[in-house]
Ligand binder design. Structure first.
Ligand SMILES: Cc1ncc(COP(=O)(O)O)c(C=O)c1O
Ligand SMILES: [Zn+2]
Length: 438
């Protein structure tokens, strides 16, 4: 099966032939026992034509089939993921200009993915396809919410049974979004770390396959196609990349894609990673702050807090034990970027301003990164000439409870005399006054 791609152990370089060998070995390197691998392709020369070739009419992640670890196209499980736009949001550019910063601002609309409208659909498409190819019938995942939803959707299409473990505080909509496909969802009493622990025990008990962590090669390979799409569709490559941060698969995938592209002579450079966490669960931001204040002392990558049962109203981003910090922290530093937090109490103001200006309903995890954009402008993290890419990871339909909290123009009335008139101009002023004071 391994005639198209192979894996290399990130720690010792040992070559692993493909998924069959990797899975048979319990997903551990046969040489050093570590569990992080990277995917390589034998035919290294065709990336340029996949990106720039005009003859290919596929606009999903499967445009890059030749550079995804699947052998047979018949096994593709797809809902059209990745066929989404990079949009210029000029109202954000105008705002930056009001602070004397001349930059371009793009957003990548993962909320427009047709399956579940999240940043997670690409990974689920590849995972379902690969599992189908290898005849796997049961799959286990621990998730803060969105991954469980999208895996439920894609595994159902592939005829695979899913066991999803979600933390106690995961949104009702996330649980329902697994269950209504007829997949099993376990709401674990405890946090994401506990959900992961029980999921692992359950998988061991039944001999089922469980998802890898944030460096899971399936998630990384799928998410990295985002970079190929930027190269294909954007006039210039981003110099800054903003994302709300939970475990950090996004930056890992982007860095890999850029390395591949550079190896093929495509010119692109690592953008500065600006990673934003909600202040209710910001262990990486706290670790980074401390390291930065101490000029990144020896061992800084292994010095991070672990929060049990983090109290956040954005459970999708509630990774209290940031085990991937050593990987993500190193990448952010190398990119010249930053990790910081944004106040959850201000997220509604951000969502309302975006909805007013571009009629886009962004979800809670996306409001954190947009809030982070405004903060980054004010703190000098974005400058003249930057081309900014903001990853919109989810739309408002992911979080019906959050949507309810966004209402701000409702008036209760019992007679026509009580009905006030609307002044959109005034409303806009109020919204931007709030953004100004962030
Ligand atoms: C909408 C959304 N944005 C961002 C993230 C964070 O992704 P990462 O794993 O890259 O930290 C998540 C993860 O759950 C998410 O659901
Ligand atoms: Zn190894």
């Amino acid at each position: 099966m391994g005639s198209k791609y192979y894996f290399g152990c990130v720690s010792c370089g040992k070559i692993i032939d493909g998924f069959a060998e990797w899975l048979a070995g319990g997903r551990k390197c046969p040489e050093c026992g570590k569990d992080r691998i990277e995917t390589f392709y034998y035919d290294d020369g065709n990336l340029k034509s996949l990106i720039y070739g005009r003859e290919c009419r596929i606009n999903t992640i499967w445009r890059y089939f030749d550079r995804l670890p699947l052998i047979n196209r018949d096994n593709i499980v797809s809902y059209g993921e990745g066929d989404i736009s990079a949009e210029r949001w000029e109202f954000l550019e105008r705002y930056a200009a009001s602070l004397n910063i001349d930059c371009k601002v793009w957003v990548y609309r993962n909320d427009r993915n047709p399956a579940t409208g999240t940043f997670k659909d690409a990974g689920a498409s590849l995972a379902a396809s690969v599992l189908k190819e290898h005849g796997i019938e049961n799959y286990v995942v621990a998730s803060t919410g969105n991954v469980a939803n999208t895996f439920a959707c894609y595994m159902s299409k592939a005829g695979i049974s899913l066991y999803a473990f979600i933390p106690e505080n995961a949104l009702e909509a996330n649980s329902a979004g697994v269950s209504y496909y007829g997949q099993r969802v376990f709401r674990v009493t405890g946090d994401y770390a506990k959900a992961k622990k029980i999921a692992r025990e359950f998988a061991d008990k039944h001999g089922f396959l469980i998802t890898g962590g944030n460096t899971d090669c399936l998630r990384v390979e799928a998410k990295r196609t985002m970079v190929f799409e930027w190269l294909r569709n954007m006039p210039e490559f981003p110099t800054v990349y903003l994302q709300s941060l939970s475990g950090g698969t996004g930056p890992v995938a982007i860095e890999k894609a850029i390395r591949e592209a550079e190896n093929q002579g495509i010119s692109c450079k690592l953008p500065r990673f600006l990673m934003v966490q909600p202040d209710g669960c910001a262990p990486m931001a706290r670790a980074w702050e401390k390291a930065k204040a101490n000029s990144f002392p020896d061992g800084w990558l292994n010095d991070y807090p672990v929060y049990d049962n983090p109290q956040t109203k954005i459970p999708t981003l509630a990774t209290g034990n940031p085990a991937s910090y050593p990987v993500v922290g190193e990448l952010v530093r190398r990119s010249g970027g930053d990790i910081f937090s944004f106040e959850e109490s201000k997220c509604e103001d951000v969502v309302r301003a975006v909805a007013f200006e571009v009629l886009a309903g962004i979800g809670p995890a996306s409001s954190v990164v947009l809030g982070g954009f405004f903060r980054a402008l004010k703190n000098g993290l974005i400058g003249n000439g930057d081309v900014v890419m903001i990853n919109i990871g989810e739309g408002i339909n992911r979080a019906p409870e959050f949507l309810k909290s966004l209402s701000y123009t409702e008036q209760k009335v019992s007679s026509v005399d009580e009905c006030g008139l609307l002044c959109r101009h005034r409303l806009r002023q109020d919204l931007w006054d709030k953004i100004d004071s962030l």
